[in-house]
Design a protein around this ligand. Structure first.
Ligand code: SAM
Length: 237
């Protein structure tokens, strides 16, 4: 993959780091949500996340965190708007470690500002398909997979599973195909078609089947809110 060099803000003299190239799906489909600084500043709020998830943000966060024990070494595969990272850092506690990555410098800076009072948390620039670090007790991938094309999704799942320690787990929370008579099915289909086009093929795919060649994981799935959301856990044996 092409690499560009950028300067990042750190406590020590700013080094030049190799940054991952920004993928087309972020530049073309999600620029408004994650790159446009004005939009980022008003979207990065708990109330917005709560509304986007139809009031389920607390429940889905708890579902993800229930898989993670205090004291664990945890990778968060991308920044999440609102207080997700702050709450996860509190959840792992002072004896744990939270390593958050994101592919966009603006989101890395956002996340750093939210976590600056929590020494167990650190934030760095990386592509989730090649996250580095670890091995981790838990890898948490929250509403990331639906935002990317299938090929990239495959690489990201593979890259994240590679960082899971023996006995550890990867947790994927994301959209799921709702029940046939779900009252929000029509509006969600319109939203996905207009704003989140890569979500549509995630609806038709079991996450477990995306990397059939990756062995040594036991997979489980739970759905929530009439099937509109899912939590898939891959435990490394
Ligand atoms: C976790 S997803 C969506 C989360 C959810 N919609 C929310 O409330 O924020 C959004 C983040 O994923 C990041 N992202 C997208 N592709 C990525 C990748 N390949 N590697 C790391 N971060 C990525 C974006 O920069 C953005 O900050």
């Amino acid at each position: 993959m092409d690499q560009i060099l950028i300067k990042t803000e750190t406590d020590s003299p700013a080094p030049l780091l190799a940054a991952p190239a920004i993928p087309d799906y972020l530049l073309n489909t999600y620029h408004w949500a994650y790159i446009n600084p004005t939009n980022v500043s008003w979207l990065d709020r708990d109330l917005i996340v709560w509304a986007i998830l139809w009031g389920n943000s607390g429940r889905l966060m708890s579902a993800a965190f229930s898989e993670i024990k205090p004291g664990e070494n945890v990778l968060q595969a991308a920044y999440v708007y609102g207080d997700f990272s702050h709450r996860l850092a509190h959840h792992v506690g002072p004896d744990g470690k939270l390593d958050v990555i994101d592919i966009l410098p603006i989101q890395v800076n956002n996340c750093r500002a939210r976590l600056e009072d929590l020494p167990q948390a650190s934030v760095r620039l990386a592509d989730a398909m090649n996250p580095g670090g670890g091995p981790y007790d838990s890898v948490c991938c929250y509403f990331l997979l639906h935002e990317m094309p299938h090929e990239k999704r495959t690489d990201v799942i593979r890259g994240l599973l590679e960082r899971v320690a023996p006995g550890g787990k990867a947790i994927f929370v994301d959209y799921h195909k709702p029940a046939p008579l779900h009252p929000l099915k029509g509006i969600m289909n319109l939203i996905w078609r207009k704003f989140e086009p890569f979500a549509i093929d995630l609806m038709e795919t079991e996450i477990e089947t995306i990397v059939p060649d990756v062995k040594n994981f036991n997979w489980t799935k739970e759905t929530y809110f009439g099937g509109l959301y899912q939590k898939v856990v891959a435990r490394r044996t």
